[in-house]
Design a binder for this molecule. Structure first.
Ligand code: HEM
Length: 532
């Protein structure tokens, strides 16, 4: 007890001498105190270090190319953004961060990353960024394709899914499709008889426009107007990376002329839509019954909210909404299906064995004594493979339609801030070497022979219609159109390139807008092959 080591640091007057254990413990603590202090300090440092890391982790943005002042990475998009973004992703990875002007933007380019955006965090990424051109094109953005997520969009989506584009509704327009497609077959047959060439792109584009107009507006483009050039221009304007969206200060100058052109498109379209709506209102014969304008007019003045929450305003469907929605539907259906058909035809011409195999399948299922009917489509397995392969290499909307995050979120180890524009590069997904092991650049429909991969939004390496909340409500109709028209063209005619062009030389370059049509029209010479 005399040892200085056993002396308490502070006098403990009340401590009984019979408390040796306590004294010993105290003594031991005192003996190891430098070690204790060191380890405590280390623990505290580690605690704060990891806490700091944890706090910082959510703010670790995905990698990406360094941005320039003001324009950010806009200069790196080029004329074909899907290709430029694909090659940038090879350096920076499948979740890549860009600044387009002052807008934070994330581009996803792999199957796994697409699944994170379109499925795992679908609820957070299901809004749309505001697009300046739409203010002028589409009545201050009163349509649904670019509507931000919320009650109005939910209501419209429900109307689309359950009424306008339901399988039963699509089926009800089958006679109209037969009639319009029959007209095209007769016209091409007449050209074939004269041994002349057909502009397949123009012919298919006009057919799809007529199908859409009759279904949506109740009259075809032959009747009294042709919206096709205006819609084509509108889609190009929407696909363009508009400075007004990214550098609002420069936007006022309209350096690309987008605002001016968008206003011109709207003026042209508005007059036509006004006339059509008036005709519907005045009609007493019932000839417009069941078309989309008729359905919209029946809902005019009624609330359009999906499942309104308490704090959400109630939207009542008015005349301007009807025009904006009709325009949306036409724009969404016009170039998507026709683009898919012209690319499939282009690849079939370049791959005669695939064309022959498809014709043999059609001969077996339909015979040469008649044309294809919609009821034949489920029997055409190889046809399905051709369509899937075509969607893989040429997704009609190569960057889908931009999504936007409504909250900050950690995804794939990176932080994606609230209000980030999210681009899914479906063009790159179709070439994702991880998902398409064998020759991803090659057109080979047979790759789908033993694979369960489909286009319906469950397989994220192939999502031409998107997936999740924002996926395309017109998928069923789009697939019917593409399969039917392609099957009919291949069944009724043999096709060859005009003299002097070999299949290998066919120009396969693409244009870029919201959709990705061929840059040059596909011109082919048909010869009729049926016995009727
Ligand atoms: C082959 C034909 C078609 C293709 C490839 C296609 C593709 C797409 C794609 C990629 C999207 C965006 C998905 C996303 O942002 O995640 C979309 C949206 C949409 N599509 Fe289609 N589409 C086709 C036909 C149609 C048709 C025929 C209609 C209607 C008549 C239609 C109506 C719509 C609408 C209304 C949206 C917006 C959905 C929303 O924002 O919630 N589409 N489509």
């Amino acid at each position: 007890m005399d040892s200085p080591h056993l002396r308490p640091l502070h006098p403990l007057p009340l401590q009984k001498p019979s408390a040796p254990k306590q004294e010993t413990a105290f003594h031991l603590q005192m003996e190891t105190s430098p070690l204790l202090i060191l380890s405590t300090a280390l623990l505290i440092t580690l605690y704060f270090f990891f806490r700091h890391l944890r706090c910082r982790q959510p703010h670790k943005l995905p990698p990406g190319p360094p941005p320039l002042p003001v324009i950010g990475n806009l200069h790196q998009l080029g004329n074909l953004p899907h290709r430029c973004l694909h090659s940038l992703a090879k350096s920076y990875g499948p979740i890549m961060f860009l600044r387009l002007g002052n807008k934070p933007t994330v581009v996803v380019s792999s199957t796994e990353a697409a699944e994170l955006v379109l499925k795992t965090y679908d609820g957070i990424f299901s809004s749309r960024p505001s697009v300046d051109a739409l203010r002028h094109l589409s009545y201050g953005n009163k349509g649904m394709v670019f509507a931000e997520s919320g009650a109005y969009w939910r209501g419209m989506k429900k109307l689309c899914t359950l009424q306008l584009l339901s399988p039963a509704k699509v089926e009800s327009f089958a006679p109209m499709r037969r009639e319009e497609l029959g007209r095209v077959v007769r016209r091409v047959r007449a050209v074939a008889a004269k041994h002349e060439a057909v502009d397949v792109s123009a012919e298919v584009g006009q057919l799809i426009a007529d199908l859409a107009c009759r279904m949506i507006l109740g009259c075809s483009t032959r009747d009294k107007f042709n919206l096709k050039p205006a819609i084509h221009e509108g889609l190009n304007l929407l696909g363009a990376f508009n400075l007004a969206d990214y550098v609002p200060l420069l936007g006022a100058l309209d350096l690309q002329g987008i605002t001016r052109r968008a206003k011109a498109v709207n003026r042209a379209v508005d007059k036509v839509l006004e006339d059509i709506i008036r005709e519907h209102e005045e009609d007493t014969t019932g000839k417009y019954e069941g078309d989309f304008i008729d359905t919209f007019l029946a809902g005019m003045g009624h609330p359009m909210n999906g499942s309104p929450q308490d704090d959400e305003p109630v939207h009542v469907l008015g005349r301007t909404n009807i025009k904006a929605l009709a325009l949306d539907m036409i724009a969404a259906s016009y170039e998507t299906s026709s683009t898919a058909i012209e690319w499939a035809m282009s690849e079939l011409i370049r791959h005669p064995h695939a064309m022959k195999r498809l014709q043999r399948e059609l001969e077996a299922a339909v015979g040469l004594g008649r044309t294809v009917e919609e009821a034949d489509l489920p029997k055409l397995n190889y046809m399905d493979m051709v369509v899937k392969e075509s969607f893989r290499l040429y997704p009609p909307a190569p960057l889908l339609i931009p999504h936007e995050s409504t909250e900050g979120i950690e995804m794939g180890g990176y932080y994606i801030p609230k209000g980030t524009r999210v681009i899914v590069n479906t063009w790159a997904l179709g070439r994702d070497a991880g998902a398409w092991a064998e020759d991803p650049e090659e057109f080979r429909p047979e790759r789908f022979a033993d694979s369960g991969v489909d286009v319906k939004g469950r397989d994220f390496q192939l999502v031409p219609f998107g997936s999740g909340r924002r996926s395309c409500p017109g998928m069923h109709l789009g697939l019917v159109n593409v399969r039917l028209v392609l099957a009919q063209l291949v069944h009724c005619f043999d096709w060859e390139l005009p003299a002097g062009t070999s299949p290998k030389e066919l120009d396969m370059s693409e244009d870029f807008g919201l959709t990705m049509p061929r840059a040059k029209h596909l011109i082919l010479r048909p010869s009729y092959r049926l016995l009727v």
